[in-house]
Design a protein around this ligand. Sequence first.
Ligand code: 13P
Ligand code: ZN
Ligand code: NA
Length: 281
Amino acid sequence: MLVSSKEMLNKARQNNYAIAAFNIHNLETLKATVEAAEEERAPLILQTTPGTCEYAGIDYLVAMAHTASNKADIPIALHLDHGNSLDLAIKCIDAGYTSVMIDGSMLPFNENVSLVKQVVEYAHKKQVQVEAELGHISGVEENISSSHEVLTDPKEAAEFVNRTGVDSLAIAVGTAHGVYKGKPEIHFDIIQNIRQLVNVPLVLHGCSGVPEEDVKQAIKCGICKINIATDIKIAFADELKKFFVSQPDETDPRKYFKPAIKAVKDVVKSKIHMAESYNKA
Ligand code: 13P
Ligand code: ZN
Ligand code: NA
């Protein structure tokens, strides 16, 4: 059974590690992620963006994640990542997602609050957890490129959480979606300030490409969930490309996906080690 992310995130918060959340796109990346987490005995959050919901179908995604959670003996939550409307959040909740993000980070503060409140009201009736974003994380996510980062204001974060009743909060502290040109400059002091003022788990987006020591430091400062998308996409695509360069005539997906699946598993395991969520299931 798919579980809520509440317990795993709160345990991580109390014990100073993070849950690694992975964006999956198909059966291959989902199974690879689940197998890696199971081998590491790590609680897992599988997440899909609105684009993936459209590509794979919400019902297919729920069915695959549900099947995986029944077979694996680790807690698995299914989460909507960067949900862009109340309507989509409701669809995912009704279909069986156990957690949803509603991303109102482009809206003015009060509009973000009222959108999140509506999602929280619906979600909590069904024991579904809600993540929101305050400030704005830049970078490239699903064809949408956003260059203007707005760092999260700690006092506003406290007011936002109190007014919305949201279960976890994504904060903008220097990470960005996609690959980095230089080294990201993470504002650890802001994470610490928010951690002191806000009593829900804090989420760090854009973790692909962030040096391991920086992610670990962010977790020490109060991050409880790290989001990984790009590094999985790169690993999967790179192995496929390599495969077809060396074996251009192969047509059997059971063969050409094999090294790509292995590469995703390796990435997932290394992120779980970075989060220190192994042996916590
Ligand atoms: P990356 O693609 O940089 O890993 O960011 C992932 C993310 O934040 C998903 O919400
Ligand atoms: Zn994100
Ligand atoms: Na990134």
